[in-house]
Design a protein around this ligand. Structure first.
Ligand SMILES: [Zn+2]
Length: 558
C-alpha cells in the first residue's frame, strides 16, 4: 500500500490525520489509508425509537461520542451488558423492544425528568445522582447534570418533586436527547444531547478475559462501536463504527460462500475493501459512509462461524486495487456465463479497467446459471412493453445486437405498424423482466431467436455459423456424447479442452416469430469480476492477485 499513500485524494488524506491518535478499542492497521468506516444499519424511514445492545463478548460499554476525526471520546461507562438507547420520549418495553405505542402492563420510560442540578464535572454529577435511587448523569452540549426519574407527564414529575421532597425542577429533554437505559427496565443510566454537532457514541468494552468486543444488535453480531443520531428530532439513526478490515469481515461471507477457496475469498475481500474506499461518501447526507444493503454492499456484522473469511481479510489487510494511482471501482457479479463485458456496454461510463474478457474458467465449476431460457409469445412481449408504458401494437419482430464478447448490446422491438422501440445496455436485459409472467433475465449474456424455427441459424458467439442444427451433439469433459437439442448453451471442444458457449444470433439480424426463445447464461451485470470465475481460478491454484488482474484489466494490487 505504500505506493498509493502519496497519490491519495484529499478526503482520504483528511481521514489519515485521524490515525495519529488511534484509540485502543478500535485499533486499525496504521498503514490503511481508509482506517474507519461508518455503516448505516437503520436510518430514514427505518430509524428506530429504541435500539438494544447486548455484549456477546464484552463487559459493558463506554458512553460518549465520536469526534470530527472519528475518534471515540468517552464520557462515562456502565457495567450493564444489556443497554438500550431510546429517543427521549415516553416509550414502553414490549416484545423485547422499546416502542411508543402505549401498553398498560409494560415497563414504561417517561420523558419528563427531575433536574437535580448542573455540575462541574462527571464525578460531581455522579455523586449527586447517587443520592437518589433513580438518579443518573447527563451530558448536554458539554455540560454535566444530575437528574432523577422518568415520568410520563410534567404534572406527575412535579408531584414527585413534592412527594419526595426533592430540590430540583421538572423538565422534558430536547428533541435531540438520547436516553440510555438498562434493557427491560426503566432504569436510566445516562442521557446525552450533543446538539447538532455530536451524536451519542457507544463503545463496547473488551470482556473480562480480554477478548475483543462483539456485540449483539437485532439478531446480528458486530465488531466496533455504535452511534445514535436523532436527525431533526426524530427516531434514532443507528450507525456501526468499524475499522475497514472489520467492515470487510462483515461483507465477505455475505457476498461469497465461506466454503469457497481462500484465494477467491481474498479476491472478494480486496474487491469489497476497494469498493468501500471508492464509495465512502455514498450516504454522507445521513451521517454515515455506506449502508448495509445491496445499494452499497451487503453487510451483516461478524460471522463468527466463518473464520476463513476473517483470515482472507486479515491476510489482505491494507491491500486495495488501484488504477493509475486511484482506487478502482470494483464491480463484481455472481457469474458471467462465458464472458464479462465492457462497462460502457452495460452501464454508460467507459471505465478503462472494466473491460470484457472471455472467461475460460467459470465453466469449470457449477454455477446453477449455466443455462436459462424463457419462451415469450408475441402477445406477452407486446403486453410487457405496454405495461411499461410503451404504446405499441402487436410486436412483429425483435432485432438483437451483440457485443464483441457475445453479450447483448441492444434489443429493438418493431410493432405491426412499423414503429420501433430500442433498448440498450442493462435496459436491454431488464425490459423483458415481468413479475406477472415470473420472468427475470439473469444477465447480459442471452440470445433472442424464433422458438419454433425448424432450422434456426446457429452461431458460436459472433464467430459465424457452425452449421447443422437438428442434430447437434457435444462431448463433455468426461467424454460423454450428448444431443444438445434446441439453442441456448452448447459445449464444444477447443484447443484447451471443452468450453461452453452461447448459441444464437451472432451479430443480430431481425427475428420475426409468434414465439421468441430468450436463452442465456450467467447471473449479474457481467461487469468486473465473476465470483464463480474467481472460485474456479482459485481451485486451479491461482492467487488472488492473478484473479483480480484477470477480471480487472491493468489494475495494480497492493
Ligand atoms: Zn448504500
Amino acid at each position: 500500500m505504500k505506493g498509493i499513500l502519496r497519490k491519495l485524494r484529499l478526503p482520504v488524506l483528511i481521514l489519515l490525520l485521524g490515525l495519529l491518535s488511534v484509540p485502543v478499542s478500535v485499533a486499525a492497521p496504521a498503514e490503511d489509508p481508509v482506517p474507519y468506516v461508518r455503516v448505516g444499519l437503520y436510518w430514514g424511514d427505518n430509524a428506530l425509537e429504541g435500539a438494544n445492545l447486548l455484549n456477546y463478548a464484552g463487559s459493558g460499554y463506554e458512553l460518549g461520542y465520536f469526534d470530527g476525526d472519528r475518534q471515540f471520546v468517552p464520557l462515562m461507562s456502565t457495567d450493564e451488558k444489556a443497554v438500550s438507547m431510546l429517543k427521549d420520549w415516553t416509550l414502553y418495553y414490549v416484545g423485547g423492544q422499546y416502542v411508543s405505542e402505549a401498553s398498560s402492563d409494560a415497563v414504561r420510560v417517561g420523558c419528563y425528568h427531575i433536574r437535580l442540578g448542573e455540575c462541574g464535572d462527571y464525578e460531581e454529577a455522579a455523586s449527586l445522582a447517587a443520592e437518589y435511587e433513580d438518579g443518573y448523569t447527563a451530558w448536554m452540549n458539554g455540560k454535566w447534570y444530575a437528574f432523577c426519574g422518568s415520568y410520563a407527564g410534567l404534572a406527575s414529575a412535579e408531584e414527585a418533586i413534592a412527594a419526595r421532597d426533592i430540590y430540583g425542577s421538572a423538565m422534558t429533554a430536547s428533541s435531540r436527547c438520547v436516553t440510555v437505559v438498562a434493557t427491560g427496565t426503566d432504569k436510566v443510566i445516562f442521557q446525552f444531547d450533543g446538539g447538532t454537532e455530536n451524536s451519542l457514541g457507544v463503545m463496547p468494552r473488551p470482556s473480562e478475559e480480554g477478548e475483543r468486543p462483539v456485540t449483539w444488535f437485532r439478531g446480528l453480531k458486530y465488531y466496533g462501536g455504535f452511534q445514535y443520531t436523532r436527525r431533526d428530532g426524530g427516531d434514532l439513526t443507528v450507525v456501526n463504527f468499524v475499522t475497514m478490515d472489520d467492515y470487510v469481515c462483515g461483507v465477505v461471507p455475505y457476498e461469497m460462500s465461506p466454503s469457497w477457496p481462500l484465494e477467491a475469498l481474498k479476491a472478494q475481500a480486496v474487491s469489497a475493501r476497494t469498493y468501500a474506499a471508492v464509495h465512502l461518501g455514498q450516504h454522507a447526507s445521513y451521517g454515515f459512509d455506506l449502508c448495509n444493503g445491496t445499494c452499497c454492499q451487503a453487510y451483516r456484522g461478524v460471522d463468527v462461524d466463518a473464520p476463513v473469511c476473517e483470515e482472507a481479510v486479515r491476510e489482505t489487510s491494507g491491500v486495495y486495487m488501484t488504477y493509475e494511482g486511484q482506487f478502482a471501482d470494483t464491480y463484481y457479479h455472481s457469474c458471467d456465463g462465458g464472458a464479462t463485458e465492457n462497462s460502457e456496454n452495460v452501464f454508460y461510463e467507459e471505465i478503462p479497467y472494466l473491460r470484457g474478457v472471455k472467461d475460460p474458467y467459470e465453466s469449470l465449476v457449477t454455477t446453477g446459471y449455466e443455462s436459462w431460457s424463457y419462451v415469450y409469445t408475441a402477445e406477452e412481449i407486446t403486453w410487457i412493453l405496454q405495461q411499461k408504458g410503451y404504446n405499441c401494437a402487436r410486436i412483429v419482430s425483435i432485432t438483437p445486437t451483440y457485443t464483441e464478447m457475445g453479450n447483448i448490446l441492444s434489443l429493438k422491438f418493431t410493432d405491426r405498424s412499423g414503429v420501433s422501440w430500442s433498448f440498450s445496455r442493462s435496459r436491454a436485459s431488464s425490459i423483458l423482466n415481468s413479475q406477472t409472467y415470473g420472468r427475470i433475465i439473469h444477465s447480459q449474456r442471452f440470445t433472442v431467436t424464433d422458438a419454433d424455427s425448424e432450422q434456426p441459424d446457429l452461431f458460436v458467439n459472433d464467430a459465424g455459423s457452425v452449421g447443422e442444427t437438428q442434430q447437434l451433439w457435444a462431448v463433455d469433459g468426461s467424454g460423454h456424447v450428448q444431443n444438445v437439442g434446441e439453442g441456448g448453451r452448447v459445449t464444444v471442444i477447443t484447443a484447451s479442452g471443452t468450453e461452453t458457449v452461447n448459441v444464437g444470433g451472432g451479430s443480430g439480424g431481425s427475428v420475426s416469430a409468434d414465439r421468441y426463445l430468450v436463452s442465456g447464461s450467467g447471473w449479474g451485470h457481467n461487469v468486473g469480476m465473476s465470483q464463480y470465475g474467481a472460485k474456479a481460478m482459485a481451485e486451479l491454484g491461482c492467487g488472488y492477485e492473478e484473479i483480480l488482474k484477470f477480471y480487472y484489466s491493468g489494475v495494480d494490487v497492493g
